[in-house]
Design a protein around this ligand. Sequence first.
Ligand code: XMP
Length: 520
Amino acid sequence: MTTRDGTTREKVLILDFGGQYTHLIARRCREAGVYSEIVPFNISPEEVGRYGNVKALIFSGGPRSVYEDGAPHPNRELLELNIPVLGICYGHQLLAEKCGGRVVRGSKAEYGRTTVNLVGDSKLFSTLPKRIEAWMSHGDAVLEPPEGFKVTAVSEDNLIAAMENPEKRLYSVQFHVEVKHTPLGREILRNFLKNVAGCKFDWRPLDTLGEMVRNVAETVAEYEKVICGVSGGVDSMTTAAIIQRAIGDRLHVIFIDHGLLRKGERELVLESLRRLQIENIHFVDASREFLTALKGVRDSEEKRRIIGRLFVEVFERTAADIDGVKYLAQGTIYPDRVESGATGALTSLIKSHHNVAGLPERLGLKLIEPLKDLYKDEVREIARALGLPSSVIDRHPFPGPGLAVRIEGEVTAEKLRICQEANAIVEEEFRRAGLYGSVWQAFAVVLDSRWVGVKGDARSVGHIVVIRAVTSEDGMTADWYPIPAELMDRISRRITNEVEGVVMVAYAITSKPPATIEPY
Ligand code: XMP
């Protein structure tokens, strides 16, 4: 039988009911070794069949109440396919409602860390202690389990925290097994995948490398060329490396320096491209053009718009000089493409890459996106196998508009210099302390506000630099990171001593929400 992806690989489908953790569920399955994809909540049984070897369905969380008008419900027939189902949070309530149980607005809402008592002998919990810590986020509750179901976990408030019908292979949990605040959640998910769904755990992202290279080689005819824009980030560099493997010197790489890169980044990217033996590198130093266009512009959104527009212009100009190009390769990855949760409005939508939106259409090129089904960690694994340097692979995320988003108000040459130097110091000191890999991002921001400084007897005013460090799993939410005092002290001293024009270093201690990670 021909499946959607042409393979018989075992997979789990996650029905997206709009929960904020849908991508996390998919990632956790893959980390365990089972390939998973996010699908619209209203997927039909026939469509499920087209996926081929589907070992389980997972119903995600979601913001609605199952009994509300217009609330998303799955096709009832999915429960008759004899495919195991795991419902999580809203998914747990759906399963109850669909099978004839009772879901009501809970007398008490449960949010955050809770303790759950495991009762009975569920295959989900067989390896766990009888009391576990679990992350809850719900106002509704299952009051009565459906007929044929037994309760397998109870919360502190005596609400049904898990239930199952083992004969029908239907299982559900009120708490979120996919978040790290449920420390044994991964084990529960693994137990479901192993003991209930009978998965073989054979997903290895690296196995797809050969497939990706072959696909590109088969897609692009022998006389055709591919252009690929690189930013220095792991996604675009890995894309370039894959295309290079597939078609060699018919790959043309475009690298535009908009002047807002991190210190030493230009050299690092060029050196990495050379090491990948990419022959056709079109490097454009457009920094002067970008800085001129940004002159006098103070508004953040306006800055982003100007940078985005100019980037497309420079890219088009550069691409126009290369003959015989038929394809544009982009480093789009799975979460770029499949939105879920609050932004996905209950269906899995396709979004264009936010930094270079519209480029393929404007250039009249067909798109190649070899990484489109992978998560960042999986891309990193492939990047390692392709020989990319760890300085590229493990580098913190960096926004497309570059340091412009870390400079308050106008991007002047002075503030840009301060921002570059200060960011380099933060990065260097985090690495030296062995903490670079412990945070999602750590960076420096330059404010317009000044602080009065003293040097000997002389007074001078200087800029304020704000240090921000956060931990995060996907950038959607983030916790501020408590930088050890000695490291903070070293960073602060070095910035005020070494970066001319800075008098004060401050420390941002707010999580996301309410504050975004990047300030502007
Ligand atoms: P915020 O600041 O929205 O950022 O909390 C979440 C993550 O996205 C990165 N970011 C961007 N990346 N273009 C990008 O490619 C952008 O315009 C952009 N703005 C923010 C940010 O660094 C963080 O990792």
